[in-house]
Design a protein around this ligand. Structure first.
Ligand code: 0L1
Ligand code: MG
Length: 256
């Protein structure tokens, strides 16, 4: 039988110590998606027990580019805590991560609770603001390699995120040009349409997937819609900036 608490401790300690671990499915090839989400829940509960606060959730693998980069073709989701937030214009320390990568995203700020099966339009009606965002993903697995249950158990690789200035919820985020630069050079160029055809679809999917776990998107939460392009590896000294058409920019630096 899967020892949820033990595996949650394993992924949590890997994240805390920035030390890569073997994929959980090497030891347990039959690890189910349900057990993987239970491990995720228990590992984040450990963080909450240390004083972190749940501030939202991230959708992952919502674009073809992302699915192709990691070889998993099913949407995933993970939890965001306050400690994971990078101030816009702030810095992260490379030493606190294993093999971090950055990816361009659209963020939603929930103006009210949203639960269960909703249409993209109904989902957008619950949004208070939208913004450009960058997620830092850092798989806790060796070589950034995993299967669906592995990545789910590992909080869907989420490790940090930066959100730009909030804009009106009426901003049409359906097809915005997105340019992610590293040290002033465009490294990833895409469109928000790469996120399930429209990021609002990712938000509706988020409400549906959370309902399967008996949860809802809560008022005040931040929801990341998923990477619009493949992710870029990060090294000390880099400056990362995302410019999203109509939403402005968000940036951070990578320290030692
Ligand atoms: O879009 C995403 O945030 C994907 C997260 C899980 C897969 C990965 O580590 O890239
Ligand atoms: Mg992401």
């Amino acid at each position: 039988m899967t020892d949820i608490a033990k595996l949650a401790e394993t992924v949590d300690e890997a994240a805390q110590s920035a030390t890569a671990i073997a994929q959980l499915t090497f030891a347990d090839p039959d690890l189910s998606g349900t057990a993987a989400y239970a491990i995720q829940r228990a590992s984040i509960a450990r963080r909450l027990g240390r004083g972190e606060r749940l501030v939202g959730m991230k959708m992952g693998l919502t674009s073809r580019a992302k699915m192709a980069q990691v070889g998993v073709d099913e949407m995933v989701w993970g939890r965001l805590t306050d400690k994971m937030r990078i101030e816009d214009g702030g810095a992260i320390s490379r030493a606190k991560f294993i093999h971090p990568r950055a990816e361009p995203e659209i963020a939603f700020l929930m103006g009210r609770r949203l639960e269960g099966a909703v249409s993209p339009a109904e989902a957008m009606a619950a949004v208070e603001a939208v913004a450009a965002a960058i997620e830092v993903i850092d798989s806790r697995y060796e070589n950034f390699k995993f299967t669906f249950p592995d990545v789910v158990a590992d909080n869907s690789s989420s490790s940090a995120f930066a959100v730009g200035p909030w804009a009106s919820p009426y901003t049409d985020v359906g097809n915005l040009g997105m340019v992610m630069e590293i040290d002033g050079r465009a490294k990833q160029i895409g469109s928000s349409a790469a996120i399930l055809g429209h990021p609002a679809r990712s938000l509706a999917a988020a409400a549906r997937l959370l309902a399967e776990e008996g949860m809802a998107l809560e008022e005040g939460w931040i929801v990341l819609a998923g990477g619009a392009t493949a992710a870029e590896p990060l090294s000390p000294g880099m400056h990362v900036r995302l410019v999203a058409q109509g939403l402005g920019q968000v940036a951070f630096s990578v320290g030692a």
